[in-house]
Design a protein around this ligand. Structure first.
Ligand code: SF4
Length: 355
């Protein structure tokens, strides 16, 4: 069978929803560049069929750029002494959540480095206040915590949790996140699923030492976890980290991983990540046409926004209201509309790891 026939057959199989094997996934990731458009088109059709034509918004507040970890790729790593650190006050966080509510965005994502200043009690208090004063659906993205912390967050009113696994290779994980273990991360994700959180995971594409086989394992992990949200972004080297100077301008491969994630997981919520918009002026729109269906405007106040410096060149430094206005016209240009509802994934009871 020619490569062309093989890829065509795989795409037919993927579009009708038959399961893709690890070998199939690797073949789609490795297919020559000419096949990208076909892969994106099929993922776009599956997205339309599973999720409709609407794009859901989540408003992010990056409330602390302190982090106790030392990930080799990240500008927030604790050894980066050139970063000017900040913690938003509780009043500032609540005021920003109210601003999100005012724009009609129905969910807030509270994101920070791993910062133990924000103890379980402090975060629970924030969740309760935001719930009482805005009624927003609350997503947390505050790193690894214990199962009992997750339970406390849930009892306080948190609905969703984002914890990217970053890479499914235990060796690569250990290398890029010194002192951390992939098993522990995966255990956190399983606890979140068992508790009934809408759970997001995801990876970085283009990491040094990453192979197509590792990327396939990332995708299989996302599927096996039955993740509800998938954040897939390109690795972008930060100049104040040990990975400074490593080139990655391969937006194409990131889009391919987004597309295959859609083919594999069908009805998950997949954001067009800010990192994609950083690598390419049309990155966000390209992702929305390759399987993505969510955008996450950044509501962090201007005085802090540029200091949440995970990777360099974040383009989304305008006020979130302006970003949403621009989004509306961009999204219209590709025949889509914004949906201001919560956009839950259709919930099924978690059955544990599926194979
Ligand atoms: S990736 Fe997360 S845990 Fe690692 S240094 Fe950055 S903020 Fe901290």
């Amino acid at each position: 069978m020619s490569i062309s026939d093989k890829i065509d057959n795989l795409l037919i199989k993927a579009e009708i929803g038959r399961n893709l094997t690890r070998t199939d996934i690797i073949a789609l990731l490795k297919a020559p560049g000419d096949y990208s458009t076909d892969i994106f088109d099929v993922a776009d059709r599956v997205r339309r069929q599973q999720m409709g034509n609407e794009i859901f918004l989540r408003g992010i507040i990056e409330f602390s750029n302190y982090c106790e970890r030392n990930c080799l790729y990240c500008g927030l790593r604790k050894s980066n002494s050139s970063l000017s650190r900040y913690r938003m006050t509780e009043d500032e966080i609540i005021a920003t959540a109210k601003q999100i509510k005012k724009t009609g965005v129905p969910t807030v994502v509270l994101q920070s480095g791993e910062d133990s200043f924000f103890s379980t009690d402090r975060i629970c208090r924030l969740i309760e206040q935001i719930k009482n004063e805005t009624g927003l659906v609350i997503t947390l993205s505050v790193g690894e915590r214990s199962a009992s912390d997750f339970q406390s967050f849930q009892q306080a009113g948190a609905n969703r949790y984002l914890l990217k696994h970053e890479t499914a290779s235990p060796e690569l994980y250990k290398y890029i996140r010194p002192g951390c273990h992939l098993d522990k991360r995966m255990q956190c994700l399983r606890s979140l699923k068992h508790l009934g959180f809408e759970t997001g995971t995801g990876n970085m594409v283009g990491l040094p030492g990453q192979t197509m086989e590792i990327l396939a394992d990332d995708l299989i992990f996302m599927k096996q976890l039955d993740a509800d949200m998938l954040g897939i972004g390109p690795f972008i080297a930060h100049p104040d980290t040990p990975f400074a100077g490593i080139d990655n301008d391969d937006i194409e491969l990131t889009l391919r991983v987004v597309a295959v994630a859609r083919l594999l997981t069908r009805n998950t919520n997949i954001p067009a990540t800010t990192a994609l918009a950083t690598l390419h002026p049309q990155g966000r729109l390209l992702a929305l046409q390759a399987g993505a269906n969510v955008v996450m405007p950044d509501f962090t106040p201007e005085i802090y926004k540029s200091r949440y410096d995970i990777y360099p060149g974040k383009t989304d430094t305008n006020p979130a209201e302006e970003t949403i206005e621009k989004l509306k016209s961009d999204i219209q240009s590709i025949g889509r509309t914004i949906n201001f509802s919560v956009g839950n994934r259709q919930i099924r009871p978690y059955q544990g790891i599926t194979h």
